[in-house]
Every structure is written in C-alpha cells, then in structure tokens.
Ligand binder design. Structure first.
Ligand SMILES: Cc1cc2nc3c(=O)[nH]c(=O)nc-3n(C[C@H](O)[C@H](O)[C@H](O)COP(=O)(O)OP(=O)(O)OC[C@H]3O[C@@H](n4cnc5c(N)ncnc54)[C@H](O)[C@@H]3O)c2cc1C
Ligand code: SF4
Length: 585
C-alpha cells in the first residue's frame, strides 16, 4: 500500500506513537471520528507474508525453520546466568535475539538485542519493532477481565481497584469482538466473561477427557478463545477467515491474517478512510511540550535509517509504544516544567510494573489413545484454556489472586516424544503409536503490582540511536513463588483426576518477562498522587496526553491482556475525540 509522505508543517489532530495492538486501535477509532492522524512507528514495514511463509514445509527451508548461521536466540539458561545487557558474551553471533526469535520466520520481526540493549535485573524482554509490533506473532489467546480483576482490592485488600468496572468496558469488548473476530464457546463464568464468539474450534479426545475429569472438581476447561476470525469479516478486505492450517502455532503469525494483527485488522482500514498518515522507521525520542501551556505539543523523532531528526506537531499525543517503551518515552521527555519526565508528578511512571509468572507445567498421556489412528489436530489456531479456580469463592491460605492454564493435545506435525530413546523404523513406529495420546499444559499467574518493581533510565547505556536504555529493577515476590508451587500441585492433581499417566511435572519458574505480558508502568486511578492516568488513559498532569497501551493496567489479572488493551483504548479514544470536538483538551 503506498504511503503518503507526512506533512511535517501540518498540525495533526493526533500523533500516535507505536503501531501494535494499542496504536493500531487508536488509529482505527480516531480516523473513524474523522480526525487527521499521524502514526509514527519505530520499525520497518515488512513484507509480512514473505516473512511468515505460513505454509512452508520445514524441509523447504534452508535450516528446517531454524535461524541461519551467525544468529542466536537467548535460551532460558542464558537469561538466568547472564545479566543484561545480553550482547556481551555472544560476539560470534552477529544477530542476537530474545528467546522468541529462534526461527527463520520471526528473525526480522523481533529486535536485535545488540541494537536495543537494556540493563538491570534479569528479564526476558521480547520486542517486535516493525509495523504491527508484537501482534504479528502473538499467541492469539483473547480473554476478557471481570470485576474479580477490576475490583480485586475489594476482595483481598491488596493494591488498588481500577477506576472502572466491567460494565464500563463491556460494550467496548463487544465492539472489539465484532470488529476483529474471536472464536470460543460461551461458559457463563462470572470471573471470565464470554465474548461475542464466531464459530468455535473443537476439543479433541484427550482434551475432552480432561474437561470431564475436572468438572467434578468444579473446574472449567474451554476451547482456546482465539483472536481469530473463523467465520470471516465482511467489513475487512485484508483478512481471510481461518482455514485451520495450524501454522500460527508452529511459527507464530498467520500469513492470510485470519489471526488478528494490527496492520490488516486496524491500520490498513484506517488508511482507507484517507485520514491516516503512516510513517515507519520513525523512532520517537521525546514528547515535546509547549512551555506556555504545559501541554504536549508534538513528537521529536529520528529516522532509523537516515538518522535525521524531525519534530511533528499534534493537538493530542497518544503514546502506544508498548508498556515498557511507553514508560521509557515518558521518562525521556524531561523538560524545565517536568524535570522527572512527562506525566510523572506522582513519581509512579515506570513503577507498579507487573505481568504473568510462567513455568510450572505438566505433561502426560491418555494411555487409552495409544495405537489409535491419527486425527487431524494440527489445524486449529489454539487448543484449550483451563480457567482460573483459585481465590474465587474460597480463600487460599498461601497466596492471593489466581492463575489459568494453556494447553493442548493431539496429533501434530511435530509430535511430542521425539526426544525418547531409539532410532530407525522401530523408533518411528513408537512415535506414531503414541503421538495422539500426549497432552500438556502450563500455567500463567498474576504477578502482584508493587511500587518496588520498576524501570528507569540507565545513566550510561544507550541504544543504536543514542537514546538512553531502560534499566530493570524487577523480581517475582513470595506470593508468586507460593502460587507457582500450587500450580504444579494442581496441574498434577487434575491430570490424575482425568486418568492420565503423568510423564513430567515441573514447578520451575521461567525468567521474569517470559510471558510477554508486561503491564502497569503508568497505572490509571482517581488519585493523581498515586496514579499517572485517569480512567480514560489521559494524563492527570497533561490534558492532551494519552497512554493507551498496557501501561494503564492497575493489576495484571491472570488473563492475557491484548483484548483488554484494545477495548480500553477504544473507550479512551472515543472520549478523546469527544473532548477534542468540544475544544476541551
Ligand atoms: C510470541 C508472543 C505471544 C503472545 N501471546 C499473547 C496471547 O496469546 N494473548 C495476549 O493477549 N497477548 C499475547 N502477547 C502479547 C501481545 O502481543 C501484546 O499484549 C500486544 O501486542 C501489546 O500491544 P502494544 O500495542 O502495547 O505493543 P506492541 O504490539 O509491542 O506494539 C508497540 C509498537 O510500538 C513501536 N515502538 C516502540 N517504541 C517506539 C518509539 N520510541 N517510537 C515509535 N514506535 C515505537 C514498536 O516498534 C511496536 O511496533 C504475545 C506476544 C508475543 C510476542
Ligand atoms: S490456523 Fe487459522 S489463524 Fe492459524 S495460521 Fe492457519 S488460517 Fe491462520
């Protein structure tokens, strides 16, 4: 799609920074209101279909889908043993990626760690710097939050409540469902509200056995609620319906865009309105401020290729660079009026940083399926989600909040068990006999939001563009470790209840950051002394500044955040457009 050159003399109604789930949604909503919008994205516009090659067979790839020589993706041990920045020690690898960058298909989507260093405590920070950001390769699990999350403090006394309730955001979840498409099954659970689902995927034999096995424990297993259109979307010409090719799980990303991604779901349709100007390769380095009014006046950015600097002007500035990059940008935007960074009179920018703890899991086998004919299970955009059950009606004695499990079973292109001993024809036969019987699941739990978990700017280390790097001060706490021990126990107990043979069970906690669900660095609240944004993600300090990504979350809940990021953003951008129309920004 041709991109018009932005007119840098013009004052745009809104300048958006970042083109992922949040920036894409802001572009969609604001252009829909008829506003003239400029979208700045630090990364390139990739030929994404060429990158993802969803239908490529492993044997047609020079490295069977792995990275080419000279490239390396960090593994769990390396994250644990080494401290960031992770470049030193890997001099032989010209390209160094986060753990997600371990395939040929995502190597140009995730950042090169050398160009984008960070420092401080261990953290597996996954960043995608290209048009669409992380939505090009996200795992698609699309869940709602409920008042068990928004009003969690009322239930256990910890932290803060959100300044909104489920009823405030429910209509916006509906809008996101209808505009982008989601598959799943209604369960009528008060703690995990249903979406407006399209055609559901099917559970397979072992998954149904687990579902039934845990019903007597009052626990719920449901189809993976995937941000994927299974029926198609008549209003979107850039996306196909899902053909169940299963390739999204194998490689990340869907080259026919049945799985939601921000460019085809939001940005290209916004460009079709004629109201959106997109500039890629534009690294925002500061939000500029009018010293007379104290309001945001625009954005100072560097072209990532030519290294030329530019400043653009906007009536409103919308920060959507992802939770940690947005905090970095606010902290970088220091001025005489705002010496601690923009929107930071509370001192909370970068703080209350939270996410999900991952690691504990169980692998097992439905022995009655051994030797049964293979089924076609590879063709689903997701398998199952086992919903939260802790601290709902009862109170757990050892920890607060909850966790859920993501898992799957069935015959796939890469069957489990290939690491078992043996070789030759008998080995292959053994793998074939067992493959459809394997089942596994891993937990995602809420990491409590704590002021002491924070990011700030490193005084020395800078990125490729000379911009100060982010420094982490972040660790899981006792509540998370006690929860992880419980995850292991309940995983095992549920597999036993289903009658599965347990093959492996682990309570090993993965490095901080592994969940790629970072949240909370500019939380919303009613009190400007303890929060950065109001309920519309508008800065308490700077009226025409909005931060519309996961930064605004007050707690992490245990549900994956992207659907909530987009619903909140839609609500905030409706408000922004209304205020702009009233000349009240
Ligand atoms: C492998 C993987 C699996 C995931 N699975 C799930 C899942 O199953 N469910 C779920 O809910 N979530 C999942 N996520 C997380 C999900 O992708 C994020 O929640 C979502 O993309 C956040 O949107 P965002 O707009 O805040 O950030 P991003 O999508 O990261 O977009 C931010 C954009 O801002 C740009 N940017 C950053 N800094 C600057 C700057 N200074 N100037 C200009 N532009 C800038 C970046 O280049 C990027 O394009 C997953 C993520 C990954 C990587
Ligand atoms: S299973 Fe559906 S969403 Fe996943 S790659 Fe195939 S078509 Fe795309």
């Amino acid at each position: 799609m041709p991109e018009p050159e932005p007119d840098l003399r013009k004052k745009y109604d809104a300048v958006i920074i970042g083109s992922g789930a949040a920036g894409g949604m802001a572009a969609h909503v604001l252009t829909g209101h008829g506003l003239q919008v400029l979208l700045l994205e630090a990364g390139k516009k990739l030929n994404i279909e060429q990158e993802l090659r969803s239908m490529e067979w492993p044997y047609d790839n020079a490295h069977r889908g792995g990275l080419p020589p000279g490239s390396h993706a960090l593994n769990h041990n390396e994250y644990t043993i080494r401290r960031p920045p992770y470049g030193p020690g890997f001099e032989k690898s010209k390209n160094l990626y986060s753990y997600i960058g371990s395939t040929d298909y995502v190597k140009n989507i995730v950042v090169n760690e050398r160009e984008n260093p960070y420092t401080g405590t261990n953290y597996a920070w996954v960043r995608a710097r290209c048009l669409g950001g992380k939505t090009n390769i996200w795992g698609r699990l699309a869940l709602r939050l409920s008042d068990y999350d928004f009003k969690a403090k009322d239930r256990d006394g910890y932290g803060e409540n959100w300044p909104i309730s489920y009823s405030d955001i429910a209509p916006y979840y509906d809008k996101v469902d209808l505009y982008l498409g989601i598959t799943g099954v209604k369960e009528n659970l008060p703690y995990l509200p249903d979406s407006l689902f399209q055609r559901a995927t099917k559970l397979n034999c072992a998954e149904l056995t687990l579902k039934k096995g845990i019903q007597k424990m009052g626990r719920v297993l449901t189809q993976y609620r995937a941000g994927v259109t299974t029926d198609g979307l008549k209003h979107n010409k850039y996306r196909s319906r899902c053909y169940g090719r299963g390739a999204c799980s194998r490689k990340g990303g869907c080259d026919i865009h049945a799985a939601f991604d921000s460019p085809t779901g939001l940005i290209y349709p916004a460009m079709d309105t004629g109201n959106l100007t997109l500039r890629t390769n534009s690294v925002a380095r500061e939000i500029t401020v009018d010293p007379q009014t104290g309001k945001a006046s625009g954005v100072h950015f560097t072209d990532s290729e030519t290294l030329k600097d530019y400043t653009v002007r906007g009536k409103a500035v919308i920060v959507a660079a992802s939770t940690l990059e947005s905090a970095r940008l606010l902290l970088l935007s220091k001025s005489r009026l705002y010496p601690n960074g923009l929107a930071n009179s509370s001192g909370h920018v970068g703080h209350n940083f939270c996410e999900h703890i991952m690691g504990p899991y169980v692998a097992g086998q439905a022995t009655d399926l051994v030797g049964k004919p293979p089924t076609l299970d590879d063709g689903r955009p997701g398998s199952f989600y086992l919903t939260r059950f802790r601290n709902l009606s009862e109170k757990h004695p050892k920890f607060i909040r909850g966790y859920g499990f993501e898992g799957g079973s069935g015959s796939g292109m890469f069957p489990p068990g290939t690491d078992s001993p043996g070789f030759g024809a008998s080995f292959k036969e053994e793998i074939r006999r067992n493959q459809g019987s394997h089942i596994a699941m891993g937990a995602f739990g809420e990491v409590l939001s704590r002021y002491e978990n924070f990011v700030d700017l490193d005084p020395v280390v800078k990125d490729k563009w000379g911009i100060p790097a982010l420094r982490f001060h972040y660790k899981f706490g006792d509540n998370e470790h006690r929860m992880a021990a419980d995850m292991k126990e309940t995983a095992q107990e549920m597999f036993e209840a289903a009658g599965f043979k347990i093959i492996f069970v682990s309570d090993r906690v993965l490095t901080e950051g592994w969940s790629i669900h970072e949240l909370g660095t500019a939380r919303m609240g009613d009190d400007p002394k303890t929060s950065v944004l109001n309920q519309f993600q508008q800065s308490h300090d700077v009226k025409n500044l909005f931060v519309v990504d996961g930064s605004a979350f007050v707690n992490a809940s245990c549900q994956n955040p992207t659907w909530t990021i987009m619903a909140l953003c839609w609500r905030s951008c409706d408000y922004l457009a209304d205020q702009l129309a009233k000349n009240d920004l």
